[in-house]
Design a protein around this ligand. Structure first.
Ligand code: MOS
Length: 743
């Protein structure tokens, strides 16, 4: 009998396709008569288009169409897509509609499309567009912070919350801290740029699109084009990362559909790397002020976390950096606020661990500062303030093993080697330091559905309109399905990334594994019941007349628990039913336990650093992350998520920064030569561990998400290690040479 596959290190089922180049990503889709589209970006950050002279462009070789606001098809204002789950609170897409008017609100805004026979011809022609702008004074400088306001529309969750009386408690507290932390604009930069191939067949549209939500893309594009969403099919079989920038529905699928409509040809639009900095959102700047009031022993008496971030002039997105302060520590007087300022930039969007990643940099640095001020061990200080229940709602956690994460991580990094005071450990020219920070991410789950089908050959094909953004969805869902029917992996296929399949939510908020595995488990269980019903009701079956409760699955067959030789193979059951296959579709609702418990994943991040103060060089020599994310479905893919997440955090700590020139209002480092991300030589030894204990109240498998938690806390752990090494408190990311050079 096949042993259970969930919990095993299963290799990616799509790995061979990917490494041999046979996995067709959206931009690889080759259609007969395909035309190539170039999206022309605005050079100015604010103003309007006075005139576009497209005569030279139209005369260029191979040009099929030039589309501007003057001749573009009219679009409808989108209402929010019905498919986006409450993770995004219905926020689906930028409200601005492309190519509908002459107004410009940010540099990089698409102002024209050039469609040609080849990409090179489209690029050549695009360079021949003569565009006259009426330029107006823009504001692209977060430092000016004009018109800071309190957003009223909650894009994510409630943004301004509190309990107790912060002011009074802070005023009375024996120990206080008041510090401001900043993080820059960052861009997701998945290896695969956003792309769409659009093809019309009459009034039906097919989009091969890079999206974290096929359902959401179909909904938004249909609304914009003014057609029913049943007329829009979205296919997204493979994705080269997303990290949030493919979560909202940006403009390229709509633009590709417009180009295809105007030309009567299938059309392909691939964003350039530079456009990945202006056209698919960004993680906004944050300016975070944290005030802590504590007893002499370190017990938190007052906690205030306020964040200013930017949004665009045309839409609202709030970086919810205050979220970690809402759940991480037991404190009776808490105030959390978020404010916005409007800049001439494209609308920000979630980026891996939105809120938790930026917010833990501030909060977990502040905890570290308090620990040194009170001369307490940073782990001890966190345990003194351990939240045994959700501090705001008082609800018990469904499960929480954070304390164990701290201790296991401490053992792995060798926390005993950390000097209690900064600047005490040195190896020749380098100072050595250790830092810790908490990791935290909510456990989200949304309703999802799946279809389970057994063929006459005894093959199981399970399908759901979810996505695999590189996380391993194909693999993990195959494992879950195989286990219910006790089939070997080779007999199971999982299909995804197509709106023709049963609906599933956006692959955002680290919720895919939990949401879709529940649907897969439910559908496969229902399939077993259906097969049992067919067999027990069929005189030709060895199981005829048996009670369904006595039936077990194993070795490609149903059998009687107490008489295992009475068995009927799946294939024969389907064959006798005289059908091509037997299938069921099931929708898994949300957890019934939602109102009783608080759900979240937690972890502990540790960093070891070496600092050479003569040349201001910081090296991260080790990272350790220990996470409690419920049950781990596949330790191998899970480890990849944790390691990838931690590298993402390392990039944030040391390198990543999108530079917006305030005078030009343009991104000046919009390429991977100037926007630095970690490469192999930058990445230290990374050790990860999972508690791997099923969450008893979170779906049938007890698995919470792991896509984002690995990024949270890393930047603070590194900054805290830097302080431990050299006594320099870095409150502004990324940590640069300037901060570390010996004065
Ligand atoms: Mo994620 S930033 O919710 O795709």
């Amino acid at each position: 009998m096949s042993a259970p596959l969930v919990g095993l290190d299963i290799e990616r089922v799509d790995g061979a396709l990917k490494v041999t180049g046979r996995a067709a990503y959206s931009a690889d889709v080759a259609l007969e008569g395909l035309a190539h589209v170039v999206a022309v970006p605005s050079r100015i950050a604010r103003g309007r288009i006075a005139r576009i002279d497209d005569r030279d462009a139209r005369a260029a070789p191979g040009v099929i169409a030039v589309i501007t606001h003057e001749n573009a098809p009219r679009l409808s204002k989108p209402v929010d897509s019905p498919y986006l789950p409450d993770v995004f609170r219905g926020k689906a897409a930028e409200r601005w509609l492309p190519l509908q008017d002459a107004e410009i609100a940010y540099a990089g805004q698409v102002i024209a499309l050039v469609v040609a026979e080849t990409l090179e011809q489209a690029q050549f022609a695009a360079a021949r567009l003569r565009i006259d702008y009426e330029t107006q004074a823009h504001d692209a400088d977060i430092a000016s912070r004009r018109d800071v306001y309190r957003p009223t529309s909650a894009v994510m969750h409630e943004l301004n919350v509190g309990w107790g009386d912060f002011d009074a408690a802070f005023a009375r507290a024996p120990a206080t801290l008041d510090a401001t932390y900043t993080t820059p604009i960052e861009n997701h930069n998945p290896i695969e740029p956003s792309a769409t191939v659009a093809a019309w067949d009459g009034d039906a549209l097919t989009l091969y699109d890079t999206t974290q939500t096929v359902m959401g893309t179909a909904g938004v594009v249909a609304q914009r084009l003014g057609i029913s969403h049943e007329r829009v099919r979205v296919v997204s079989r493979f994705l080269g990362g997303g990290f949030g920038c493919k979560g909202f529905v940006w403009h390229q699928p709509t633009l590709a559909a417009m180009a295809a409509r105007v030309t009567g040809r299938p059309a392909k639009l691939v964003l350039t790397r530079a456009q990945m900095f202006t056209s698919v959102g960004h993680r906004p700047h944050t300016l975070q002020r944290v005030r802590l009031g504590a007893s002499a022993g370190g017990q938190l008496l007052a906690l205030h976390h306020t964040t200013v971030s930017e949004t665009s002039k045309i839409d609202e997105y709030v970086e919810p950096a205050g979220f970690p302060a809402r759940s991480l520590y037991a404190c009776e007087n808490v105030r959390i606020e978020h404010e916005l300022t409007r800049l001439n930039v494209n609308t920000p969007t979630p980026m891996r661990g939105p809120g938790e990643t930026t917010g833990t940099f501030a909060l977990e640095s502040a905890l570290d500062e308090l620990a040194y001020a009170l001369d307490r061990d940073p782990i001890e200080l966190r345990l003194v303030n351990y939240a045994h229940r959700h501090p705001e709602t008082g609800r018990p956690w469904s499960s929480k093993r954070l304390e164990e994460c701290y201790w296991r991580g401490a053992r792995l990094i060798g926390w005993h080697r950390r000097a209690r005071r900064p600047g005490a450990r040195r190896d020749r020219r380098e100072w050595i330091g250790y830092g810790v920070a908490s990791a935290v991410f909510p456990a989200y789950r949304s309703p999802a559905s799946a279809r389970a089908r057994l063929t006459r050959d005894g093959e199981l094909v399970v399908a759901s309109a979810t996505q695999d953004i590189g996380t391993g969805t194909y693999t993990v869902m195959s494992q879950v399905a195989a286990d219910v029917l006790r089939l070997p992996l080779a007999r199971v296929r999982f299909e995804l990334g197509d709106t023709h399949l049963p609906p599933a939510p956006v692959s955002g908020g680290s919720q895919t594994a939990a949401s879709v595995s529940t649907a897969v488990h439910t559908a496969c269980s229902a399939l077993v019941a259906e097969l049992a019903r067919l067999a027990t009701g069929d005189r030709r079956s060895p199981l005829f007349g048996a009670d369904q409760s006595e039936i077990e699955t194993g070795d490609g067959a149903l059998f009687l628990r107490n008489r295992p030789n009475r068995r009927d193979s799946y294939a024969r059951i389907v064959q006798r039913a005289e059908r091509a296959h037997v299938e069921v579709t099931q929708r898994a609702p949300n957890d019934a336990h939602r109102e009783r418990f608080a759900f979240q994943s937690t972890g502990a991040q540790f960093a070891e650093v070496r600092v050479d103060r003569d040349i201001g060089r910081l090296r991260v020599t080790r990272l350790v992350g220990v996470f409690d994310a419920g049950r781990i479905l596949n330790p191998k893919t899970a480890r990849s998520q944790a390691v990838g997440g931690m590298i993402y955090g390392l990039g944030m700590a040391l390198m990543e920064r999108t530079l917006l020139d305030p005078g030009l209002g343009r991104v000046v480092n919009d390429n991977l030569g100037d926007y630095l991300v970690p490469v192999h030589a930058d990445i230290p030894a990374i050790e990860t561990a999972f508690i791997d204990e099923p969450d008893p109240y979170f779906g049938p498998l007890g698995a919470r998400g792991i896509g984002e938690i690995g990024t949270t806390g890393v930047a603070a752990a590194i900054a805290n290690a830097v302080y431990n090494a050299v006594g320099v408190r870095v409150r502004d990311l990324p940590i640069g040479v300037e901060a570390l050079l010996q004065p």
